[in-house]
Design a protein around this ligand. Structure first.
Ligand code: FNR
Length: 365
């Protein structure tokens, strides 16, 4: 075990994960009124039973209009704490670190799930297309609702909702909090000049575009227990110019993402999860195995902050190499977990190391 980095424990603040595999957040579009239920318990529970070190529960709305779809999870009211705690307690009892991603969808809200029809959900079907908000009044594309630009007072109210949701996550026993500032949702909407055309102190220069996301993240950091891991996921580029490392001066690129990560480190963010894209329609990403790992690598080197690598990482040997080459601290995996909920076990077999999994399964290894 000692010679596998992937299957060695990792400690962030007071929390130790028994391996470096993280289930990346994945919307399941299966909640009612934001409440977590048995679907999520079975879905997420399987990963805990089968050896995931950490599990980050899907994008969870800090307010109802901050959901991507009417069936997203939410943490905007106290009643949502107890059902979440039930799932969290199970994940923890199986030895996984329970995490959650708090989110606000911004201009990409009120959409149908991919399987129920990708379109704006109208009011009569539980949508809120008339109350979609963003940094500016520019829609994502013709399939999305036209957002209303937030006033500074409304931005303060939403910031408070992030804070309140983080306090609820703590009460539910969540140990790892991730802020969603990726994929074109509200915070990314502010970060990128491709979507933020404000003329006040929250738009224009990079410093101005970083202002609101940093205010929100700092406010959450201030209430999130100092001893619990605090992650931020961001998009490392809008890919406006396709090549991962091309410049997009007034938009959003890896060079600006590095500056953002430096500020996040100053605020006390422990780990950044380096994703990309999602803020512009019609972009063809240069996607392939390990394609986003260079973002994690450069951020780790330039900023000196722990990172999670994500994106088409499907093999134990690949994950092990990423860690050996010091390109990331955590390996975040999404779709491979849907295909193979025992991904840690598969990876461990590939690497020839034993993996911790449910005691009940011990004789099957
Ligand atoms: C996602 N992804 C995602 N990302 C995120 O930050 N919050 C979320 O709630 C979701 N939801 C989601 C649902 C589903 C069904 C998929 C497949 C993906 C993106 C995901 O976390 C990950 O970054 C990408 O899927 C790339 O990693 P893989 O799938 O190549 O390992």
């Amino acid at each position: 075990k000692a010679d596998s980095l992937l299957f060695s424990p990792i400690t962030t603040k007071s929390v130790t994960a028994h391996n470096k595999i993280v289930v990346a957040p994945m919307c399941m579009y299966s909640a009612e009124d934001g409440y977590i239920n048995d679907f999520h318990l079975a879905h997420l529970g399987a990963f805990a039973l089968k050896g995931a070190g950490s599990i980050i529960i899907e994008a969870t709305g800090v307010e109802p209009r901050g959901r991507i779809s009417p069936h997203d999870l939410g943490l905007w009211e106290d009643g949502q704490i107890a059902p979440l705690k039930r799932v969290v307690d199970f994940l923890k009892a199986q030895g996984s670190v329970p995490g959650i991603q708090l989110a606000h969808a911004g201009r990409k809200a009120s959409m149908g799930s991919p399987f129920a029809g990708y379109r704006v959900v109208p009011e009569e079907e539980g949508g809120w297309s008339q109350d979609v908000v963003g940094a500016s009044d520019i829609p994502f594309d013709e399939h999305h609702a036209k957002p209303r630009a937030l006033t500074v007072d409304e931005m303060k109210e939403i910031k408070q909702k992030w804070v309140d949701a983080a306090i609820r996550a703590d009460k539910a026993g969540i140990e790892l909090l991730q802020i969603h500032s990726a994929h074109g949702y509200l915070l990314h909407n502010f970060l990128s000049g491709n979507s933020n055309q404000r003329t006040d102190e929250y738009g224009g220069s990079l410093e101005n575009r970083l202002r609101y996301p940093l205010e929100v993240i700092k406010a959450v950091r201030d209430v999130w227990p100092a001893e619990k891991p605090f992650w931020v996921r961001f998009s490392s580029s809008d890919h406006k110019n396709v090549e991962s490392f091309s410049k997009d001066n007034n938009g959003w690129d890896i060079y600006q993402a590095i500056e953002y990560a430096k500020e996040l480190k100053k605020i006390g963010v422990d780990v950044v999860d380096a994703s990309s894209g999602g803020n512009l329609p019609g972009i063809s990403y240069p996607a392939g195995p390990l394609w986003q790992v260079p973002f994690s690598e450069i951020i780790k080197k330039e900023v000196g902050i722990a990172t999670g690598a994500v994106g088409i990482i499907t093999k134990g040997t690949e994950a092990e190499s990423i860690l050996k080459e010091n390109k990331a601290d955590f390996i975040c995996v999404a779709r491979e977990f849907l295909r193979d909920s025992a991904f840690p076990l598969t990876a461990a077999r590939e690497l020839g190391v034993p993996v911790k999994w449910a005691n009940q399964f011990e004789r099957a290894d």
